[in-house]
Design a protein around this ligand. Structure first.
Ligand code: ATP
Ligand code: MG
Length: 334
C-alpha cells in the first residue's frame, strides 16, 4: 500500500524512530485554502432569532448558520426555555434535530410557545426530530443516525444537555478516568461542529455547572459557577452564554465569550412566549432588587469568613480572582 504524507507523519509520531524528513512530508499534506473576501456579503444572511433583546448577545442580532452556542447555568436558570424558544423559531423555517439527554423535552410547552408567538403549529410539529439517548454511547451514536437529507433544510441541532449522561456514568468517576471522558467529550463536540458545517445548521447545547470555591467573600455566589466539562468544552462555543436566576421568572443572560462582540448582560423573563423582554421599568426594578440581594448575600458570606479569620491580611492573601484558578479544572472532577 502506498502511504500518503499524513500516514507517514503518523508513523513518525508512533514509531519513536525520529522525525526524519518531517518538513518535506508536511509539504506534501494538502491543506484547504480559499480566498476569503473581507467585503460584506451582497445577500443578507438569514439569522435565527429569539425576537428578544437576547439576540443582541446571541449572535449580535441573531445566529448565523454554522455557529455553536453554549448555554450554561444552574438548574432552572432558563437553559431549556431559551432552547424551546429557539426550537419554535427554527422549526417554523426548517428542521430541528433535538438530542434530549435529560428527558426534559416538552411538546406541550413547545406548542404553548408556538401559540403565544402565533406560529404554524402543524409545521413546527412536523419539523422536529427528537433523539432520546439513554447513555453516553447512545448520545455519541446520534450523529451517525442523522439522515443525509431532510425535507426542509436543517436549521438547528440541540443537545440538552451535553454533559448529563457523561457526568452520571460511574465509569468516568474519579480523577483517573477523567481523561477518557474528556477525550469522548472533545470527540462529541467535533461531531457537532462538523454537523453544523455540513448542514449549515446552528448547534445549541446546554451545559450544567459546578461550584468552584472562591475565597473572596465579596464575590456573588454565581461567580463561583463554572461550566462543566473543563477547557475542552469552554473553547468550542462561538457564543458562551451564562444564565443565572434573578427574582421570580426573571433571568439574566451574560455573554461570556465571543470573538466579535464584547461581553454584555441582558435580563429577560420566562413566560408563555418561552423567553420574552422585560419593560424598561421591570428591567430596572429586577436589576436593583438583584443587586441588593447579591450585596446582602455577599455581606452574609463576608461576616461568616471574618469570624474564621484572624487578620485581614490572611484574607487578602487568599483572595482569588474570577477565572484565575480555572486553569486547574481540566482533569478535575468537573
Ligand atoms: P435544568 O438544569 O434543571 O435543566 P434549566 O436551566 O434548563 O434547568 P429551565 O427548564 O429552562 O431550567 O427553566 C425552568 C424555569 O422556568 C422554572 O423556574 C419554571 O418556573 C420556569 N417556567 C417554565 N415554564 C414557565 C412559564 N410558562 N411561565 C413562567 N415560567 C416558566
Ligand atoms: Mg433544562
Amino acid at each position: 500500500m502506498v502511504k500518503n504524507a499524513k500516514d507517514k507523519v503518523h508513523e513518525m509520531l508512533h514509531s519513536g524512530e525520529g522525525w526524519t524528513d518531517f518538513e518535506s512530508q508536511l509539504k506534501d499534506i494538502e491543506v484547504k485554502c480559499v480566498v476569503q473576501p473581507l467585503s460584506e456579503p451582497k445577500e443578507p444572511i438569514a439569522k435565527l432569532k429569539t425576537n428578544t433583546l437576547l439576540d443582541d448577545i446571541l449572535g449580535g442580532g441573531g445566529l448565523e448558520a454554522g455557529r455553536v452556542v453554549e448555554l450554561y447555568g444552574e438548574f432552572a436558570s432558563g437553559k431549556t426555555q431559551v432552547i424551546f424558544t429557539l426550537v419554535v423559531e427554527a422549526a417554523s423555517e426548517g428542521m430541528v434535530l433535538y438530542i434530549d439527554s435529560e428527558d426534559t423535552f416538552s411538546r406541550t410547552r413547545i406548542i404553548g410557545i408556538a401559540k403565544a408567538r402565533e406560529k404554524d403549529i402543524e409545521k413546527i410539529n412536523a419539523n422536529i426530530m427528537k433523539f432520546s439517548p439513554q447513555s453516553w454511547e447512545e448520545q455519541l451514536a446520534v450523529p451517525s443516525r442523522i439522515p443525509e437529507e431532510f425535507p426542509t433544510p436543517l436549521k438547528l441541532i440541540v443537545v440538552d444537555s451535553l454533559m448529563a449522561l457523561f457526568r452520571s456514568t460511574p465509569e468516568f468517576g474519579g480523577r483517573s478516568n477523567l481523561g477518557k471522558r474528556q477525550e469522548l467529550i472533545r470527540y462529541h463536540l467535533r461531531q457537532l461542529k462538523q454537523l453544523a458545517q455540513k448542514y449549515g445548521a446552528i448547534v445549541v447545547f446546554s451545559n450544567q455547572v459546578y461550584d468552584e470555591p472562591v475565597a473572596n467573600p465579596w464575590m456573588p455566589k454565581w461567580a463561583c459557577q463554572k461550566a462543566a466539562g473543563g477547557h475542552s468544552v469552554w473553547h468550542i462555543g462561538d457564543f458562551r452564554i451564562f444564565l443565572r436566576k434573578a427574582m421570580g421568572n426573571v433571568r439574566i443572560a451574560r455573554l461570556v465569550d465571543n470573538a466579535e462582540i464584547p461581553s454584555a448582560e441582558r435580563p429577560f423573563q420566562i413566560n408563555e412566549k418561552g423567553i420574552d423582554d422585560l419593560s424598561e421599568d421591570q428591567q430596572k426594578l429586577a436589576l436593583e432588587k438583584l443587586q441588593k440581594y447579591e450585596e446582602a448575600q455577599a455581606a452574609g458570606q463576608f461576616a461568616k469568613v471574618k469570624k474564621k479569620k484572624t487578620t485581614t491580611e490572611d484574607m487578602a492573601n487568599e483572595t482569588v480572582g474570577e477565572g484565575e484558578n480555572v486553569e486547574e479544572t481540566e482533569g478535575k472532577d468537573v
